[in-house]
Design a protein around this ligand. Structure first.
Ligand code: C5P
Length: 219
């Protein structure tokens, strides 16, 4: 693509969930399908950007003509994001990254034996967005999927993670589904998009992001 508002821009999109291994055959995961992030990557590509799509496990086909980097865990995703953003202009962090991972990954399949209970101790994963807050030149967009107090949590993340915009959505309705209702929140205010198929929601979202990027990049 040689035209479009993101022509010549490097955009990094994360998508899907993460799998945090328990042993060689089991993991802790979530219901993310990859649909939203993949649609975002395609929409950025169609606006002329050169797109790196860093994807955790997903259930849909990745878009063509993007650089696809597959990861499994939050730590792998952090490493790939750090390397991909080195020369990027915009990061759209859509992935549903696990907050915690098993403290110890068993080298062999855990056997049930005679146990009635099994405890898996979890340790916190790094917050990828928060860890790159110092990258002031990078336009950063985060997502907030919540089951309750959506706007309160979303506004808190916007601030705490130093984002240009946070995209809020109802977790139960959105994660793994075909359609989504996005709420775009930035320092100026809030804009509610209608309930749409994720491909169409991604188009409107990219238009809103391009507008903010234009303002940031003209400074
Ligand atoms: O705090 P919470 O996980 O709800 O924040 C969601 C946003 O932060 C998403 O954009 C997600 O991709 C990002 N995130 C992250 N690193 C984590 C967890 C979430 O960058 N460990």
């Amino acid at each position: 693509r040689t035209s479009g508002p993101l022509r010549g821009r490097r955009v990094v999109v994360t998508a899907g969930g993460t799998h945090e291994p328990i042993d060689p055959v089991r993991f802790i995961g979530n219901r993310a399908s990859g649909r939203m992030g993949y649609a975002i990557a395609a929409a950025a590509r169609d606006r002329g950007a050169s797109v790196t799509l860093i994807s955790g496990p997903a259930r849909v086909q990745p878009p063509a003509a993007v650089t696809l980097v597959r990861v499994e865990t939050a730590l792998e995703m952090q490493r790939e994001v750090e390397s991909a953003i080195a020369d990027a202009d915009l990061l759209i962090m859509n992935a549903a990254v696990a907050d915690f991972r098993p403290a110890i990954v068993a080298g062999q399949k855990i056997k049930k034996g005679d146990d009635e209970e099994l405890t898996i101790r979890l340790v916190r994963n790094p917050d990828i967005l928060a860890s790159i807050a110092h990258r002031r030149d990078l336009v950063k967009i985060g997502f907030a999927a919540e089951t309750h107090d959506l706007l309160t949590y979303a506004r808190d993340k916007l601030e705490r993670k130093g984002l240009d915009m946070i995209v809020a959505n109802e977790a139960v309705a959105s994660i793994g589904s075909e359609d989504i209702q996005l709420i775009l929140i930035d320092a100026q205010g809030i804009e509610r998009l209608p309930l749409l198929p994720k491909t169409e929601a991604a188009e409107l979202l990219l238009d809103a992001i391009v507008e903010r990027c234009a303002a940031r990049w003209s400074d």
